[in-house]
Design a protein around this ligand. Structure first.
Ligand code: BES
Ligand code: MN
Ligand code: ZN
Length: 489
């Protein structure tokens, strides 16, 4: 579906969507008198009050080419309407007009500006996402192919809107990756899809098991050793700041294409959700794609560890001890605490090779995170107050919220192992998200400003929200784009 900003109502539209704060604004929208009369008649008949999110659909219009006119209320507390509300209204537009082909959107001029119009368009694009490639029948596909938003500033807005389009494309790419089942999207196939992003100017490197073995990444490799599918580590380079030789930003993602738990196997109920256990890596890939598409003036590296966690005769077993690339040995007490094992080597490699300006990892890391914050806010763990504040603000601005959770040396102690340097679960139970983060911190150099986002509750949802119908959310792509743009471009 496309969004365009245009100067006048097209005859091709089969519906008009009118966003209004009050009845008296209706006559200032440049509509034909016959339309105004028909709309006023319906408004009075139905007792439409212009309350926020109140909606009226008018059919059987005298103009037979036009199937419907929608009237959407903005309420009377107009000062309270934010950019994010406009995005959500955009999402409502695509949902309500699914059965139309092409629509025009007209907005009360008293309550709009260029940014509001773009947010409306952005929300309607984000809300248009569908994942139906495997449906061969009963396809309830949207028919809507074009939304034209009317404005007398169309040239400028179309130019500025490019940024939003690029970010939405990154979000969609991430959503597709998360929604794909693991028989299709296994590590090598995932790496191949990332390789194709070369055409947008990203430089891609792919390491297979031989290369990782040579790099001594036995923590990551141990997770994948029970799988028929070869593990991969993929690096994406975006070199958008050619002027200065700056240290890059590093984004690192957990890419467990399927998490069965391994020998510490998970219960079967909802195990299928674990096709989404690569949501952290998808956010990294989606972000790198949008940075490249919008030609962000920044140097950034994405690192994703792609594995499948399976039970097998060759699989890693509880009690095994592996040596990570950092040299630290790890006792595996539970093979289902695998994400941290993948990240341990990916984080270490990223720091050693790139000495990043900052490093942020994203992972669907712990069920405990879903227990503490549910599916509304992601957990943030960090060794750096400034970075935490930047991430918190970016998340707030784009409605991908995070909340800072504690790290503390007394939690760190709980990860000490009797026979190895560290163990992969804590030995007293409780504080599962914090102790997972403490484990990661053992692989972070003190000098590296680092943040870990536990997005276990955020990467996919059964119920969906205003801007996604259900399934993968693409959480993290908007947040990281905002963070980069506000602080590092
Ligand atoms: N991928 C899971 C965490 C998860 C759970 C993500 C639910 C999304 C939804 C992770 O690998 C895992 O299994 N974690 C264990 C850790 C435990 C063994 C210490 C968990 O949370 O139970
Ligand atoms: Mn697991
Ligand atoms: Zn997992």
């Amino acid at each position: 579906m496309k969004v365009k900003f245009v100067s006048k109502l097209s005859k091709m539209s089969d519906a008009i969507f009118i966003i209004l704060s009050k009845k008296s604004s209706l006559k200032n929208l440049g509509l034909k008198d016959e339309f105004i009369k028909e709309i006023l008649r319906s408004i009075d008949n139905k007792g439409f009050k212009f309350k926020l999110n109140e909606m009226l659909e008018i059919n059987n219009l005298s103009d037979k080419k036009l199937k419907s006119i929608f009237v959407y209320g903005l309420g009377n507390k107009l000062n309270n309407i934010s950019f994010l509300d406009y995005e959500k209204i955009g999402g409502r537009i695509t949902e309500l007009t699914k059965s139309k082909n092409q629509i025009s959107v007209i907005i009360d001029k008293d309550v709009s500006n260029d940014e509001f119009l773009m947010r409306l368009g952005y929300g309607s694009i984000l809300g248009s996402y569908e994942f139906n490639k495997y449906k061969t029948k009963n396809l309830r596909k949207s028919e809507l192919s074009l939304i034209e938003i009317i404005t007398n500033n169309s040239l400028k807005i179309n130019r500025n809107f490019n940024r939003y389009k690029c970010i939405a494309e990154g979000v969609f790419f991430a959503r597709d990756l998360v929604n794909e089942p693991s028989n299709i999207l296994y590590p090598k196939e995932y790496a191949n899809r990332i390789k194709k992003l070369k055409k947008y100017g990203l430089k891609i490197e792919v390491f297979g098991e031989t290369k990782m073995k040579a790099l001594k990444m036995d923590s990551l490799l141990g997770v994948g050793q029970g799988s028929q599918r070869e593990s991969q580590l993929v690096l994406m380079h975006w070199n958008g700041n050619k002027a200065k030789k700056t240290k890059p930003l590093c984004f690192v993602g957990k890419g467990v294409c399927f998490d069965s738990g391994g020998i510490s196997i998970k219960p079967s109920n909802k195990m299928e959700e674990m096709i989404g256990d690569m949501g952290g890596s998808a956010a990294v890939v989606g972000t790198m794609l949008s940075l490249a598409k919008r030609k962000a003036k920044v140097n950034a590296i994405g690192v994703v560890g792609l594995v499948e966690n399976m039970p097998d005769g060759k699989a890693q077993k509880p009690g095994d001890i592996v040596k990570s690339m950092s040299g630290q040995t790890i006792e595996i007490q539970n093979t289902d605490a695998e994400g941290r094992l993948v990240l341990a080597d990916a984080l270490w490699y990223a720091q050693k090779r790139f000495q990043p300006e900052l490093m942020i990892d994203l992972a669907t890391l712990t069920g405990a995170m879903v227990v503490s914050l549910g599916s509304l806010i992601a957990g943030l763990f960090s060794n750096n107050d400034k970075l935490s504040k930047q991430i918190f603000e970016a998340g707030f601005n784009v409605d991908e919220k995070v909340w800072r959770m504690p790290l503390h040396k007394n939690y760190d102690k709980l990860m000490n192992s009797k026979n190895a340097d560290v163990q992969n679960i804590n030995y007293v139970g409780g504080a599962g998200s914090t102790t997972a983060a403490q484990f990661l911190q053992r692989f972070v150099l003190n000098k590296t400003p680092w943040a870990h986002l536990d997005i276990a509750g955020m990467a996919f949802s059964k119920y969906g929200g205003a801007l996604n119908s259900s399934g993968a959310t693409g959480f993290g792509v908007r947040l990281l784009n905002e963070l980069v743009e506000e602080n590092y471009e």
